[in-house]
Design a protein around this ligand. Structure first.
Ligand code: SF4
Length: 426
């Protein structure tokens, strides 16, 4: 079924897929001696072509330093749930539109293809924080694909190709594309379709411009056309470009890009490639790209910042603070209640309660005590025991809440007296 892909050409912030040639033209993880499909292979001499893709262009334009961290230094990234979700939906649609299918496969098989890819990794490996969110996305994927099936199964027609991956050498670059679906309109004219599974439906067709250029240069595609439709094809021509937004089942169609538009786009590609070749990797900080950047801890722009707190930590700390304050207040109430019991211990319901420390001395003439302590240089040493009384102020509702809250923040469990609470029989 589906080739396993760690990432797809899905737009800014994404990277190239597994098996992509090394940045400067190596064969990536392809077995030795096997060259990438359909490409005009690297010349025997001269500089190796630079491996490039739309993802690489997007990332270099977004932040060259981020590009370096990912593609040159190969720093690890966190798994992203949206990649897992996108990969599973793509795998299901790859199965559904397999050109070998003469008619639409049943819905159950489409959903099974989604499940198979989804189950290939657990929720942590997919980058989810908990299994519930992972399951919610799984259910959303089933619903999405069911909608897709209902809309399209009746008019099903096998396409020319699905998940067509090719590397083509052009202008010193080895450019990789992975086209989700290619339909043949007749006479060597093609429609290129790219599925999108994210929330954002507004897209410029830049990615499809790259696909158009590469498809029209790709000799393997010409051969496949001739093979499949038994007609000689002198040239492949892209007629239409389409994004298909799976969550809303809407298509966004663009006419083929003219030479001027392709030329402008290609200038951007060559400019970015030149930056990579010359190893120009300045940081380009920005709210959006830095917020979602996995490399912040390695980035000099953010070196002086304190470490970013993990998600949910502030809420957890707030809950802990409130629970601790409540526990402290209850402890003080228990102590006060137990102090009224002559023995300092009592049975209450299923509990046995006891003051852990015996009664302390009390001093009625505060001024006289302070004066005596000062006279003998013991005042500072005696301050600490006196703090034990401060805890009672925390529970004194006649005092301002803000003062008591500040006091709670300074307080720690412990003190002169404590209480032990046990269930009887323990
Ligand atoms: S943190 Fe921002 S500036 Fe630094 S590498 Fe990432 S995107 Fe670039």
């Amino acid at each position: 079924m589906s080739r396993k892909k760690t990432e797809r050409d899905a737009g800014p912030g994404t990277g190239g897929g597994a098996g992509q040639p090394d940045l400067f033209g190596g064969a990536g993880d392809a077995p030795a001696g096997i060259s990438p499909s359909g490409a005009d292979k690297a010349a025997p001499s001269g500089p190796a072509p630079l491996a490039f893709s739309f993802s690489k262009l997007s990332m270099y334009e977004e932040c060259p330093l981020k590009f370096k961290f990912k593609y040159v230094d190969k720093l690890p990234e966190k798994p992203k749930p949206y990649f897992a979700f996108g990969n599973s939906v793509h795998a299901a649609l790859e199965f559904f539109h397999d050109p070998a299918h003469k008619e639409a496969p049943p819905l159950e098989k489409l959903l099974a293809a989604f499940k198979e890819e989804w189950d290939s990794r657990d929720w942590r490996e997919k980058g989810y924080g908990d299994p519930f969110r992972s399951d919610a996305d799984y259910q959303a994927g089933l619903k999405m694909l069911t909608g897709y099936y209902r809309k399209h199964h009746a008019a099903f027609a096998p396409p020319f190709l699905v998940e067509y991956s090719t590397d083509v050498e052009v202008d010193g670059l080895m450019v990789r594309i992975i086209a989700d679906k290619i339909e043949h309109a007749g006479g060597g004219e093609l429609t290129l379709i790219d599925y999108k599974t994210g929330k954002d439906v507004r897209r410029s067709p830049d990615q499809l411009h790259m696909y158009q250029k590469i498809c029209e240069l790709d000799p393997a595609l010409r051969e496949k056309l001739a093979e499949r439709y038994a007609v000689p094809v002198s040239a492949v021509r892209v007629k239409e470009l389409r994004f298909y937004h799976v969550p809303t089942l809407k298509e966004y169609s663009f006419p083929r890009a003219d030479d001027f538009a392709i030329g402008l786009f290609w200038e951007r590609v060559l400019r970015a490639a030149e930056g990579v070749r010359e190893r120009r990797f300045p940081p380009r900080p920005g709210d959006f790209q830095c917020r979602f950047c996995d490399f912040r801890s390695s980035c000099p722009v953010h070196a002086a910042e304190p470490a970013r707190a993990p998600d949910g930590l502030a809420e957890l700390a707030g809950e802990y603070e409130a629970a601790r304050a409540k526990a402290d207040a209850l402890r003080i109430k228990l102590i006060a209640a137990l102090k009224a019991v002559p023995s300092g211990s009592v049975q209450a319901g299923p509990f046995s309660l006891a003051l852990k420390n015996g009664p302390r001395w009390t001093f009625r003439d505060r001024e006289a005590v302070i004066s005596l302590l000062r006279e003998h240089g013991c005042y500072d040493r005696a301050c600490a025991p006196l703090l034990s009384r401060v805890a009672e102020l925390v529970d004194d509702e006649s005092l301002p809440e803000e003062f008591r809250r500040s006091l709670r923040l300074l307080a720690e469990p412990g003190g002169a007296a404590d209480v032990e609470v046990r269930r009887r029989g323990e």
